[in-house]
Design a protein around this ligand. Structure first.
Ligand SMILES: Cc1cc2nc3c(=O)[nH]c(=O)nc-3n(C[C@H](O)[C@H](O)[C@H](O)COP(=O)(O)OP(=O)(O)OC[C@H]3O[C@@H](n4cnc5c(N)ncnc54)[C@H](O)[C@@H]3O)c2cc1C
Length: 300
């Protein structure tokens, strides 16, 4: 099927894009990698009168290290994240998550910002962004504002972005020592989307106990969520099999679990506990490994 006709503009600066979007916030749509929007246009599930192609905006490109952490432009493609040496060193959760997105064609075109702004309930990056406590920078004619990850995903495919705002960059705070992370996923075979995806960050104290655990889950409800009950149960514990299993069992507690063609609610609830356990085991093992590396460095 062909999309309904639309006007197409490719602005060359962020200021121009923000001005154009501000003139027609209700009938314009921002186009980034097109991996989600173009199918919606073809199925006529979206029919904007204007497509604002942000693909050439230099302000939205690049991955940089700053004092506060890592800054990732909204236009950075999934493959760039997957192959970034900087991220592999400073934030390995993101390359690990990128490798799980769709297939190589999707990863070559799709963008980090597009994935987050699209807020698919089974998208991978939203879980990683939540677990990392990332901050989202949105730009409009009024200037810039920062939205914490916890406030960004509002409802099914709905974010805290206003219709006249462009997601510009994402800031990932610097991670401390004795920290490990992991993303594991049960993928839907045809599309690769998550039936369940779990991103974990585990930070150990100097005695090897969990100082902080962050667990974010996608694919299970209308929005990705932080499994706060799991996080609380783990705090202060040695991250051993039993403690992790006890905590992971609460991963879908209080969640209205989705039931669809791919999984009944009961099955998905069970998968959520199992994949949370796997994600936490991996993250904890990596935190322990980083602890011994930190010790080695201190002795050198
Ligand atoms: C076959 C297939 C398999 C896939 N499998 C997976 C998967 O396993 N996991 C997964 O997470 N995703 C998957 N995806 C989705 C893919 O990751 C998309 O790249 C992503 O969802 C959207 O990014 P995009 O750059 O293509 O955005 P677009 O399609 O261009 O835009 C998507 C939406 O976000 C808005 N938008 C985009 N950029 C911005 C911005 N900077 N500011 C404000 N709004 C913006 C657009 O207006 C639009 O509403 C799959 C897609 C396909 C086609």
């Amino acid at each position: 099927m062909y999309p309904a006709s639309f006007e197409y503009i490719q602005p060359t600066t962020l200021a121009e894009a923000a001005r154009l979007l501000n003139e027609r916030p209700e009938d314009a749509k921002v186009l980034a990698g097109g991996q989600s929007l173009i199918p919606l246009l073809k199925l006529r599930l979206a029919g904007p009168a204007l497509l604002l192609d942000i693909g050439r905006l230099p302000e939205l490109k690049g991955i940089r290290e700053t004092e506060a952490g890592i800054e990732i432009g909204a236009l950075v493609r999934h493959t760039e994240i997957q192959n970034s040496e900087l991220l592999a060193r400073a934030c390995p959760l993101l390359p690990e998550t990128a490798a799980e997105v769709g297939d190589i064609a999707v990863r070559n075109r799709g963008t980090f910002g597009g994935s987050l702004a699209h807020a698919d309930p089974a998208g991978d990056f939203p879980a990683a962004a939540l677990a990392l406590e990332a901050k989202f920078i949105a730009t409009s004619v009024a200037g810039q504002r920062t939205i914490p990850a916890r406030e960004f995903f509002v409802d099914l495919m709905t974010t805290a972005l206003d219709p006249n705002e462009i997601l510009t960059r994402v800031l990932v705070p610097r991670r401390g020592p004795r920290t490990g992370s992991a993303y594991v996923k049960m993928r839907q075979q045809a599309s690769g989307f998550a039936i369940v995806g779990v991103a974990s960050v585990v930070h150990l104290d100097s005695k090897g106990r969990v100082e902080e655990a962050r667990v974010a889950i996608t694919g299970v409800g209308p929005v990705p969520y932080r499994a706060t009950m799991v996080e609380e149960k783990l705090r202060g514990q040695k991250p051993e099999d039993r403690a992790i299993a006890d905590a992971a069992a609460a991963a879908a507690d209080g969640v209205d679990v989705t039931e669809d063609l791919h999984a009944s609610a009961e099955y998905r609830r069970e998968l959520t506990a199992v994949f949370t356990l796997r994600s936490l085991e991996k993250a904890a093992a990596r935190a322990r490994m980083n602890t011994s590396h930190d010790r080695e460095r201190a002795h050198r």
